[in-house]
Design a protein around this ligand. Structure first.
Ligand code: B4P
Length: 191
């Protein structure tokens, strides 16, 4: 199973990504988590990403693409990509790589949540976990960057017949049930 999660900040990509990966026994490749790990280890990539992430801007494509493809190559049984691609240039790099390596997506899930609920969830996470980019001005900036750079990918993948819209409001378990039903309809398990 190869799944791409496309959604604004706060929609539940991380939450549902973990559950999809567990269900199918595949890797959860979350670019935000990988970048935060680089930052905490103080690597060259982390030093370049840190300030951009704190401001809610995207990290340069050439850094992110190399990091993601390294992980994808190491996951031959499948993966759920959470937070990548984030703009058209990244989507085109992913498409080229997938074509060359005969790896296409089984599904692209768009997690649909109204903006006021996104902000509420992220502010709640800020209060609970204190993540560096969860203050309100940065959340607003991340939403603006999402609308400008990432939202157009919904049409990009819909044009390829790959997108399922999931109502991602309400109870986390109910969202997971909707997510798994959509994936099962796309790629039924043989066992
Ligand atoms: P991410 O870590 O991807 O941050 P995010 O978009 O906010 O998603 P996240 O996974 O954290 O939140 P989720 O919706 O699961 O990216 C952070 C930064 O990294 C970016 O701003 C950018 O700088 C950089 N970056 C990442 N990928 C990049 C790329 N490809 N190119 C360039 N730069 C990149 O969950 C949010 C909250 O909602 C959680 O607290 C969760 O508990 C809660 N929640 C989930 N489901 C819920 C539900 N049903 N009900 C109530 N709460 C729920």
């Amino acid at each position: 199973m190869r799944v791409l999660l496309l959604a604004p900040p706060g929609a539940g990509k991380g939450t549902q990504g973990v559950r999809i990966a567990e269900h199918y026994g595949i890797d959860h490749i979350a670019t935000g988590d990988l970048l935060r790990d680089e930052v905490s280890r103080g690597t060259e990539l982390g030093r370049r990403a840190d300030d951009l992430m704190r401001r809610g801007e995207l990290v340069p494509d050439e850094l992110v693409v190399v990091m993601v493809l390294r992980r994808v190559r190491a996951a031959p049984d499948g993966w759920v990509l959470d937070g990548f691609p984030r703009n058209l240039a990244q989507a085109e790099r992913a498409f080229e790589w997938g074509t060359t390596h005969e790896q296409t997506f089984d599904a692209v899930l768009f997690l649909d949540v109204p903006e006021d609920e996104l902000v509420r969830r992220l502010l709640q996470r800020a209060a609970e976990q204190g993540r560096a980019d969860d203050d309100e001005p940065t959340i607003r900036r991340r939403l603006t960057v999402y609308e400008r750079d990432t939202a157009p990918l919904v049409a990009y993948y819909a044009g390829r017949g790959l997108v399922d819209h999931i109502d991602a409001t309400g109870d986390v378990d109910d969202v997971t049930a909707r997510v798994l039903a959509a994936l099962e309809a796309r790629a039924p398990r043989s066992t």
